[in-house]
Design a protein around this ligand. Sequence first.
Ligand code: GMT
Length: 387
Amino acid sequence: MRMPAIGITCYPSQGGSGVVASELGLHLARMGCEIHFIATHLPFRLENYHQNIFYHPVELPQYPLFQHSPYTLSLASTMHDVALRCGLDILHVHYAIPHAAGAYLARQMLPPGRVKIVTTLHGTDITLVGQEPSFFPITRFLIEQSDAVTAVSTFLRDETVRVFSCGEDIEVIPNFVDARLYTPKDDPAVRARFAQPDEKLLVHASNFRKVKNTPAVIDVFARVAAACPAKLLLIGDGPEMTTVREMVRERGLQDRVIHLGAVTGLEDLLPACDLLLLPSLHESFGLVALEAMACGVVPLATSRGGAGEFIHDGINGFLRDPDDIDGMVAAALRVLGDDALRQHMAEEARRDAAGDFGAPCVVKKYLDLYDRLLAPGPLRATFRRDG
Ligand code: GMT
């Protein structure tokens, strides 16, 4: 049986949707699919050469009349070109806006039935950006027009149906982790770089946007550090970093907080930590919590959104409301003050992450979806307006 040729589009810079798209491409390529990344830059995590992986840059021409280069049109043209030249079967777009619009235009430009569109909804494309009045109707239209739509959690699927009154057939395919790469590693040298033997090591990794609720990370850490010797590792960068740095200064935590910036190699840093803080205002899934769990790190994450679909409070991690600073501090001190409990929860976390949320299990769900999509027969008859 011929493995499908798939065009994958994502935001190639930092961000969970880009990670999922890149990792999915890597796994599918290893399984024999031809994978064509169509994006403005080579997605991170793909810097090394990989057999079966190709990269097609989306050029963004400038012209004095343009205030902004029309990305969606360049994307659609590149998708159309790559689909024809490379015989793509599927355009799989990650993050609806505007990637599903690019795929829709490309499909319209191609002979009927030539290519199918899979749209994966990741989070703020539905919960924030897609609900902007200027994007709402087109987001709804693109959900309806995709040949298949997936969401990374049941929460996100339900939210899509609630807000857009469509997409009841959206398939939930959760985020996944490569549990061979993200695995507990007992490397005392890495830990020693950041913390003394008697200190606990907490970590937050994100793109430091408002939705990540980073002030809560500092508030929680300040109170934990007042109660027990501890350090905080901050990984990533973004618009909230200035506020975070100010808070760290105001609270006199400069010697306790280590800013690493947007470094790669999370899989080597996470295993050195004791607790991951992810107090987001909401999180459709919360990929970094899953990656931490695979490394044997207990997550303390937001209860708003889809994290509860893989974190079981008090068993393999903690879920707290993002406003509940007291609750987060209490949970952190409980697990950091009881090594046996932390070890037990870490083992549960690792097992759960590597099982149902491990790459083999989840990538197969995408492959099954592609197979169904490419099999003859009608699809999404209730939604596709152009039949
Ligand atoms: O929706 C976003 O904020 C962007 C996206 C990203 O590129 O980081 O994050 C979302 O997608 C991730 C991968 O599926 C999920 O793990 C994140 O929970 C989700 N972010 C939010 O829902 C805030």
